[in-house]
Ligand binder design. Structure first.
Ligand SMILES: Nc1ncnc2c1ncn2[C@@H]1O[C@H](COP(=O)(O)OP(=O)(O)O)[C@@H](O)[C@H]1O
Length: 285
C-alpha cells in the first residue's frame, strides 16, 4: 500500500493521494499507456515468499470475485478491497451521498469514477495508516478510465478474470443471501446448467447458512432479475474493455470456473501456482 502512496507522491508533490486520483480522473486527457503484447494463455510467476501482491479481480456480477478474492487475501496476507462493499457502507450511512448512490446502485448503473476513486483512496489511506501492504482489488477498475488512473499510480502484478456462463451468473445473483448479523455470504441456489458450445455442464450446490443465521438473511436490493440483467449489460459495455486493457499488457489470467467453491478453489490455486498447505505450514513455522 505504501508503494502506491509513494508512487503518487513522486508523481504529484503538492496534493494528497485522494486529490490526485480525483484530479486525474476529472482530467479529460485520459490516454492509454497499454502496450500491445501477447497473452492467449497466461501462467503467472508468483514468488510465494513475497506476498505483497497487487492483484485485481475482474468478472461479471455474481461470478464469485468476492469469494475468491477474500480467500486469497487470507492466504496471502493482503487486504481484500471490494469497491462494492465501500459503496454499500456509504449507502448505509445517512447523508446526501447515500441517497444519490442508492438511486444509482438500484438502477444497476455504475457510480461515477470520481466518487468511486474517492471512496477507494480513503480506504487505501486508512489501510496504509494501519500498516497494510499489497491488495486484492475486487470490482475495481470497472471502466478503462479507472484502469488508466490506477496504472498511473501503481503497478498491478496480475489480473484474474473469472468466467461463468450468463445463465449461471443470473441464478447465482438471485440466490445470494447475506446474514445481517455476521455479514457472511450464502447462496440458496441449486445450480445445474447444461454446457453450450462445447463447454462442460456446471453444477453448484447451495451454500446454506448455519441455523443461527437463517432468520437473519437479507437479499441485496440490487439482486433482482431486472437489476441483474442491467448490471450485466453495463458490464459488457463498460467493464469488458478493461479485460482488453490488461490483456494487451500481458497481465490477464482467464479462469473459467469449473463449478462451485469445492471444485474451483483448488483449481484456482493451481492456476496461480499457489499451495494452500505449503502456505499454512510456512505460516505456522
Ligand atoms: N469500480 C466501480 N465503479 C463504479 N461503480 C461501482 C464500482 N464498484 C462498485 N460499484 C457500484 O456498486 C455496485 C455493487 O458493486 P459490486 O458489489 O461489485 O457488484 P457486482 O455483484 O455487480 O460485481 C455496482 O453495481 C455499482 O453501482
Amino acid at each position: 500500500m505504501a508503494a502506491v502512496i509513494r508512487a503518487f507522491r513522486s508523481s504529484s508533490s503538492s496534493s494528497t493521494f485522494t486529490n490526485y486520483f480525483i484530479r486525474r480522473s476529472l482530467s479529460t486527457a485520459a490516454s492509454s499507456s497499454a502496450t500491445p503484447l501477447k497473452s492467449e494463455s497466461f501462467t503467472p510467476l508468483i514468488d510465494t515468499k513475497d506476498k505483497n501482491v497487487q492483484w485485481v479481480f475482474l468478472g461479471c456480477p455474481g461470478v464469485g470475485k468476492g469469494t475468491f478474492a477474500s480467500r486469497l487475501s487470507v492466504l496471502l496476507g493482503v487486504p481484500h478491497i471490494a469497491t462494492g462493499d465501500l459503496v454499500r457502507e456509504e449507502l448505509s450511512a445517512s447523508g446526501p451521498l447515500s441517497k444519490q448512490l442508492t438511486e444509482i446502485v438500484n438502477q444497476g448503473k455504475l457510480v461515477s469514477d470520481e466518487i468511486i476513486i474517492s471512496l477507494l483512496s480513503k480506504r487505501l489511506e486508512t489501510g496504509e495508516a494501519k500498516g497494510e501492504s499489497g491488495f486484492i482489488l475486487d470490482g475495481f477498475p470497472r471502466t478503462v478510465r479507472q484502469a488508466e488512473i490506477l496504472d498511473d499510480v501503481t503497478d498491478i502484478d496480475l489480473v484474474v478474470n473469472l468466467k461463468l456462463p450468463e445463465k449461471v451468473l443470473v441464478e447465482k445473483c438471485l440466490g445470494r443471501r447475506i446474514c445481517s448479523q455476521c455479514g457472511k455470504n450464502f447462496n440458496v441456489a441449486n445450480i445445474n446448467v447444461k454446457g453450450e458450445n462445447g463447454n462442460p455442464d456446471i453444477s453448484m450446490d447451495p451454500l446454506l447458512p448455519p441455523p443461527q443465521c437463517v432468520s437473519k438473511l437479507i437479499t441485496r436490493s440490487d439482486d433482482t432479475e431486472a437489476i441483474v440483467s442491467e448490471r450485466l449489460r453495463v458490464y459488457y459495455e463498460k467493464s469488458q474493455p478493461v479485460e482488453d486493457f490488461y490483456r494487451n499488457q500481458g497481465k490477464l489470467m482467464e479462469f473459467k470456473l469449473p463449478g462451485g467453491l469445492p471444485e474451483s478453489w483448488p483449481k484456482l490455486l493451481e492456476a496461480l501456482n499457489l499451495d494452500e498447505n505449503e502456505d499454512k505450514q510456512s505460516a505456522a513455522v
